[in-house]
Design a protein around this ligand. Structure first.
Ligand code: ADP
Length: 632
């Protein structure tokens, strides 16, 4: 079959351009990426063989080979793994499936400094393409295990690639790089140097569990020596802890996470006894951009007795720890273990509990031993960890202990619940919080006025999940979590000189107006009452203690659930001149047509001031415009 030429998808072309005019300063890592792909391909083939899905395939000598041709200036990475079919090559190599790539390219263009660019590139597994950092032409020849025909893919990385079916192709994949000239100024080393290749493999890929062999160069007599295995192949998690360097751990992290950056934290755990396993877990330093999307792949791989069994094994950690990457190697499971079996396995459930506690206790340790790393952790993963407050009641206290929240006390520094409680005023009957879109929106909301005036600290909760967990959790150390926008608030009347008798007098004075307004606005509010939270604004709306907040109602609706719209409560500030005048007009006037409009307007203002929208914006505008005109 003749070769056919195709165009790269736009994103792929952009990415290649970046690789070619490399923004990434450490070019050696191309080899790590190719070896990593080869290793995955070998894992997949062995697994297929274990499951009898590759009956006619020889799996006795699975390995990776690196072949250097000094004269032709090529370097080939070859594996006899699962290989790819013709269609797979077009799908996997010709396009970039990752939806975040467009966003990434945008960010990359905006990032001028090289260090920032390195970090950004690392977010997106651009593995195979990294070959174009060091090569001006790349050829990939592959044959899928069990198929007879192979595929050759070639590209100079400049917009097009050619594809061709080939009859003679060994099973597995070989990637041949036609190397650019070495150029020390651009950190482009001489990758035809066996010494250099050995060094790179040792540094980045030592732990790969398959042999990585360097094919010896043919001598003058055409005789070639024994292939040398470059890596120790020792699984890091099986080696004694003090023998493994941080760098080695980090390389394993990069291999399994496809993140090119260092992890934030490495966690090792070993269980002996009836159910033996080793776990090596990593907390990344950055949240992946798709952490909250549906198809997000969890990171923990399952091995059984050193044999890779599956990627993103959901049974090993709860969903709220889905950002954790790593490896769990269980000694006492069958190699044929399936997801169904895992779901029911008592040992797996125990392991999951233990791993969960270990991750949480590691975070707890960070709080005291490395506050800066803790801050990074919470910034990146706090929003997802808080999901656990709703879904994992067993670890609720452990999660609350590592949680921190923005607070009115300090614009920069978040607080823990423990510290909040320490600072609570005598007689304060709960931990006050407010949920909202942003710090600014919350701070400007009328509900905060009395709290500000009296210096009562309020936690500012701005993640979507905050709407949910506060209700689920309810209290912390016997102190109720109380929304400043819900229920009755009593911040202690004496301080502002208003005692019980004064309040009584006020409620008598306003009783008529409140009753009349409640009736008149009955369609929209369930009650109109006097407020103890306002100092500046005339009115605000609040929810009953057990009602859903408007944001939560909207969330449920967005998820397609029917929820009745709950009526809210309108609160008036009895100290506000507008409210006082309204009350006087109410008691003095016979004709209340004007006043009904004022009542409506007051309600609309209260809704607006918390960032909501009046029920009938057009009517609201007309009423206001009429009144403005009259004052001119
Ligand atoms: P990533 O490895 O991050 O998925 P790559 O661009 O490196 O991205 O590879 C894309 C896909 O191509 C891989 O996920 C894999 O399915 C396939 N692939 C790459 N190299 C090989 C190989 N040596 N053998 C089999 N499949 C491979």
């Amino acid at each position: 079959m003749p070769s056919e030429t195709f165009e790269f998808q736009v994103e792929a072309r952009q990415l290649l351009q970046l690789m070619i005019h490399s923004v990434y300063s450490n070019k050696d890592v191309f080899l790590r990426e190719l070896v990593s792909n080869a290793s995955d391909a070998l894992d997949k083939l062995r697994l297929a063989a274990l499951r009898d899905e590759a009956p006619d395939v020889d799996v006795t000598d699975l390995h990776i080979e690196i072949d250097i041709d000094k004269e032709a200036r090529t370097l080939t990475v070859r594996d006899n793994g699962i290989g790819m079919s013709y269609d797979e090559v077009t799908q996997l190599i010709g396009t970039i499936a990752n939806s975040g790539t467009a966003k990434f390219l945008q960010e990359l263009r905006e990032t001028k400094d090289a260090a920032g660019a390195d970090g950004l590139i690392g977010q997106f597994g651009v593995g195979f393409y990294s070959g174009f950092m060091v090569a001006d032409e790349v050829t990939l020849v592959t044959r899928r295990a069990g198929e007879t025909q192979g595929t050759r893919w070639t590209s100079r990385g400049e917009g097009t690639y050619t594809l061709e079916k080939v009859d003679e192709a060994p099973q597995g994949t070989s990637v041949t790089l036609h190397l650019k000239p070495a150029d020390s100024e651009n950190q482009l080393h001489d990758y035809t140097s066996a010494w250099k290749v050995k060094e790179i493999v040792k540094r980045y890929s030592d732990f790969i569990t398959w042999p990585i062999r360097l094919v010896p160069e043919a001598g003058d007599d055409g005789d070639s020596g024994e292939a040398e295995t470059l890596n120790s192949m020792k699984a890091l998690w099986a080696r004694p802890r003090d023998e493994v360097s941080d760098d080695e751990y980090h390389e394993l992290y990069k291999h399994i996470s496809h993140d090119w950056r260092e992890p934030l934290e490495t966690i090792r755990l070993q269980a002996e006894g009836a159910f033996e396993y080793q776990a090596l877990l990593f907390v990344p330093a950055h949240a992946p951009h798709d952490l909250f999307t549906q198809g997000y792949q969890r990171g923990v791989q399952l091995y059984v007795k050193r044999v890779f069994i599956m990627d993103d094994c959901e049974e090993l950690l709860p969903p709220y720890l889905r950002f954790v990457k790593g490896v769990v190697d269980a000694q006492d499971l069958s190699l044929n273990v399936s997801r169904e079996i895992l779901q029911q396995d008592r040992h797996i459930r125990m392991m999951r509990r233990r791993l969960t506690k270990k991750v949480l206790s590691t975070v707890k340790d960070l709080m005291s031993s490395a506050p800066e790393r803790y801050t990074t952790f919470w910034r990146e993963f706090g929003p997802v960890l808080k999901e656990g407050l709703v879904t994992d009641s067993e670890n609720r206290d452990a999660i609350l202990a590592v949680a921190s929240f923005a607070s009115t006390r300090d614009a920069e520094e978040p607080t823990t619940l423990a510290k909040y409680v320490e600072r609570m005023k005598d007689g304060q009957d709960g931990i006050y919080f407010m949920t909202g879109e942003s710090r600014q929106a919350i701070e400007n909301s009328p509900h905060m006025e009395a709290f500000r005036a009296k210096g009562v600290e309020v936690l500012l909760l701005t993640d979507p999940v905050d709407e949910v967990w506060v209700d689920a959790v309810g209290e912390y150390e016997g102190k109720r979590l109380r929304s400043v926008a819900k229920g009755e608030i009593d911040l202690g009347g004496e301080e502002d000189g208003k005692d019980g008798a004064e309040k009584e007098r006020q409620s008598e004075e306003y009783a008529g107006l409140l009753g009349w307004m409640t009736e008149h606005l009955g369609e929209d509010v369930k009650e109109v009452r006097l407020s103890s939270r306002l100092t500046v604004s005339p009115a605000c709306v609040v929810s009953d203690a057990h009602d859903l907040t408007p944001a939560l109602e909207n969330m449920y609706r967005a998820m397609g659930q029917e929820v009745p719209r709950s009526k809210r409560i309108l609160e008036l500030n009895p100290e506000h001149q507008l409210v006082k005048t309204l009350n006087r007009a109410y008691t003095e006037r016979e004709d209340r047509t004007e006043l009904t409009e004022t009542a409506e307007l007051l309600h609309a203002l209260a809704v607006l001031s918390e960032g909501g929208r009046p029920k009938e914006p057009a009517r609201f505008v007309k009423l206001v415009a009429d009144r403005m005109e009259r004052t001119l």
